[in-house]
Every structure is written in structure tokens, then in C-alpha cells.
Design a protein around this ligand. Structure first.
Ligand SMILES: CC(C)(COP(=O)(O)OP(=O)(O)OC[C@H]1O[C@@H](n2cnc3c(N)ncnc32)[C@H](O)[C@@H]1OP(=O)(O)O)[C@@H](O)C(=O)NCCC(=O)NCCS
Length: 156
């Protein structure tokens, strides 16, 4: 069974390893390896930041990945969603499972929010993941695909 929980400082080193993996870097907008000291500083701030929600997935007692939501500075109703699965846990359906749980948790807190995902054109696994969960491709900008998702239906 997959369980999600808020990230804490004990997760910092695992997340650094997942983030500095070659495949993750290739699919990220900043491809340079992250320096451990900078990462610890960023992670410490991030887990305490009201403008972020960091969720860790555990599957059969193993830590398998993280979903991060970041509020957009320009509009507090818009949040960017990002997912990373531990390299050893990829391509087993866990990304879809984790993202489903994380999004359901997110909307339970922020039902009126709009979610955005920015995915590289060559990141087929990630595109499949967001499309399967009902995200709509909204914009194509160079190598970036933007997906949107919302549950909110304004009352007429
Ligand atoms: C992208 C990522 C989150 C997907 O998670 P995952 O657990 O590996 O993916 P899943 O096993 O749940 O599969 C998701 C979909 O991608 C497909 N897929 C899985 N691995 C794939 C691969 N290596 N190449 C192409 N497609 C792949 C699956 O078939 C599935 O498609 P389907 O829903 O049509 O069946 C994960 O690979 C990852 O962390 N990659 C590095 C970081 C990253 O790219 N993050 C996303 C940034 S936008």
C-alpha cells in the first residue's frame, strides 16, 4: 500500500540523491548537480515554507519518491506540481500511484486551486503520468509542455 506524509529533514539526503540522478537532471530545467550544502539549506527552508507542500511517498515501507507543490508568486490560486521517483523505483507504476495520492491530498486542502505541470518534450513518462491523471496540455513553448488541472467548478 502507498502512504503519503509531509516531508521532514530526515528526507533531505534521499531527495538529494533522487534529484542528482542523471535521468532526473536531464529532465529538470536546471541540469547542474545540486551542491549538498545548498540542498540542505533549501530543503530546511522548503519543509517549513507555507508556500510549498512537500509530500513523501512510502510503498511497502520503502521511501519511493516526492511530490512538491509550489505556489506561484503572481497568483496564490495557482500551484506548480513536480514529481520525482527514486531511480530504483521507476517504471513500476509508482509515479502514477504517488501522484494520485498527492493530488487528492492537495485538493483536500486547496479545492479551488489550479495545478500546473511543466514537462520537457522528451519526458514521455512524465507526460503519460499527467495525461492519465486528467491534466490537459495547455501550452507548448520551445522544449516545455505546460499541463493544467483543476477540480474547481465556479457556481453559475
Ligand atoms: C517521470 C517519473 C515521475 C515517472 O514515474 P514512474 O514511476 O517511473 O512512472 P510510472 O511507472 O507510474 O509510469 C508512468 C507512465 O510513463 C510510462 N513510462 C514509465 N517509464 C517510462 C520510460 N522509461 N519511458 C517511457 N515511458 C515510461 C508508463 O508506461 C506509464 O504510462 P501509462 O500511464 O500510459 O501506462 C519518474 O520516471 C521520474 O522520477 N523521472 C525523473 C524525474 C522527472 O522526470 N520528473 C518529472 C518532471 S516533470
Amino acid at each position: 500500500m502507498l502512504i503519503i506524509r509531509r516531508a521532514n529533514l530526515d528526507d533531505a539526503i534521499d531527495v538529494l540523491r533522487w534529484r542528482n540522478d542523471a535521468q532526473t537532471r536531464a529532465m529538470s530545467w536546471k541540469t547542474d548537480p545540486i551542491d549538498p550544502a545548498n540542498h540542505i539549506e533549501w530543503f530546511t527552508a522548503a519543509v517549513n515554507d507555507q508556500a510549498k507542500i512537500l509530500l513523501i511517498g512510502n510503498f511497502e515501507e520503502k521511501k519511493i519518491g516526492m511530490v512538491r507543490f509550489d505556489v506561484c508568486a503572481e497568483d496564490i490560486h495557482i500551484w506548480k506540481v513536480n514529481i520525482i521517483i527514486a531511480p530504483e523505483s521507476r517504471s513500476q507504476g509508482l509515479g502514477g500511484n504517488l501522484l494520485t495520492h498527492a493530488i487528492s491530498f492537495f485538493y483536500s486542502k486547496l479545492p479551488e486551486a489550479l495545478l500546473i505541470a511543466e514537462v520537457k518534450k522528451n519526458n514521455t513518462a512524465s507526460q503519460n503520468l499527467f495525461e492519465r491523471l486528467g491534466f490537459l496540455k495547455a501550452e507548448i513553448n520551445g522544449e516545455k509542455l505546460e499541463y493544467k488541472h483543476s477540480k474547481y467548478k465556479p457556481k453559475k
